[in-house]
Design a protein around this ligand. Structure first.
Ligand SMILES: C[S@@+](CC[C@H](N)C(=O)[O-])C[C@H]1O[C@@H](n2cnc3c(N)ncnc32)[C@H](O)[C@@H]1O
Length: 227
């Protein structure tokens, strides 16, 4: 499970928006270091249909309490190098998404305070630091926007993996050759097509088949049409 941890959020609207993006991208576990009062009418208004994420949010008195049962903790920051003495080199959300699904155990992604972010001693307690590439002119994002970008990258990776799992077998060289042969025979039999056009059709079809990543099933379905 991947938990979203907010450290002392100040604005209820941000917490509600975060609940909403969590539901958009299939995340459930919201942990908040701070006071329960942060979840008020404004938070529910911004959460819209993600009220259950707010209802089930867990509260902690300290950063250490919020992460103590987690196996892998990821810090986030928009402050890179220069303006704060970060000891770790950050990775991008895309690089995180490539790694995170292979990590075993419970994972937490920690987001900092709206005013002063995560403290260096908190970042030091984490295993990894992620920073969203942003303009040097204004690198710091709104808290809920930063959460959205990171969860989006992880969700996209999950969806990609699911798609790869169910992806059909690609047509073999033999499947493609047979499909092209069937098409050519079909064209040859058709008396309405002038001879010079037949050759052109065959060349174009062959190029199309070789360029397209068709599946074995698609190849065989098409063959049945060229009888
Ligand atoms: C408004 S920012 C905090 C700004 C604070 N002045 C600082 O320097 O960290 C609130 C939180 O949003 C997240 N955040 C904002 N911009 C980010 C970025 N470019 N990359 C990763 N996280 C970011 C971080 O979790 C940050 O602690």
């Amino acid at each position: 499970m991947i938990s979203v941890i907010l450290v002392n959020p100040k604005y209820s609207g941000n917490v509600g928006s975060i609940a909403r993006v969590m539901m958009n991208f299939d995340f459930e576990d919201l942990r908040i270091v701070g006071n329960r009062n942060i979840i008020n009418d404004e938070a529910y208004m911004m959460a819209v249909h993600a009220k259950e994420i707010l209802d089930n949010a867990k509260f902690y008195e300290s950063f250490d309490d919020a992460i103590k049962d987690l196996d892998f903790v990821i810090a986030t920051s928009g402050a890179r190098g220069g303006d704060r003495n970060l000891k770790r080199v950050p990775i991008t959300p895309k690089e995180l998404a490539d790694k995170i699904l292979e990590i075993k155990g419970n994972i937490g992604i920690v987001f900092g305070r709206e005013d002063d972010g995560l403290r260096n001693e908190e970042i030091d307690k984490c295993d990894l630091l992620v920073s969203i590439p942003t303009s040097e002119k204004y690198p710091i994002m709104n808290l809920s926007h930063a959460v959205a970008v990171i969860l989006y990258e992880i969700y996209t990776k999950k969806v990609e993996n699911r798609f790869l799992d169910i992806k059909m077998r690609e047509a073999s060289k033999e499947d493609k050759e047979l499909l092209i042969k069937k098409f050519n025979e079909f064209i040859d039999k058709n008396e309405k097509i002038p001879e010079h056009k037949k050759e052109l059709c065959k060349i174009i079809f062959k190029r199309l088949v070789n360029r397209a990543f068709i599946s074995g099933k698609e190849a065989w379905t098409l063959m049945s049409a060229f009888k």
